[in-house]
Write a protein that binds this ligand. Structure first.
Ligand code: SF4
Length: 81
């Protein structure tokens, strides 16, 4: 079902989740996608759960750079392909 809160020609945002039980605060994602992943102190990772599709490259870079594969990205544009 299409998201009725978006204009008809808008690209839906990505969906990002981080397994915080797995995250070891290595901060690789923060370097790969600054502004989307921010580490506060040594343990608190804050992240954007719905970045715009224009951030796809940086988010993908963050996902692959995580040494413990804690980042999951769902891309509504690519589902079903
Ligand atoms: S790169 Fe992975 S382990 Fe490191 S802070 Fe980001 S999510 Fe956590």
């Amino acid at each position: 079902m299409p998201d009725s809160s978006l204009p008809p020609d808008a690209t839906p945002p990505l969906r990002v989740t981080v397994d915080l039980n797995r995250c070891q605060a290595y901060a690789q994602c923060c370097y790969a996608a600054p502004g989307h992943f921010v580490l506060h102190g040594r343990e608190a990772l804050f992240y954007d759960p719905a970045p715009s599709s224009s951030a796809r490259l940086a988010i993908e870079r963050a996902r692959v750079s995580c040494p413990v594969q804690a980042i999951r990205v769902e891309d509504p544009e690519r589902q079903g392909r």
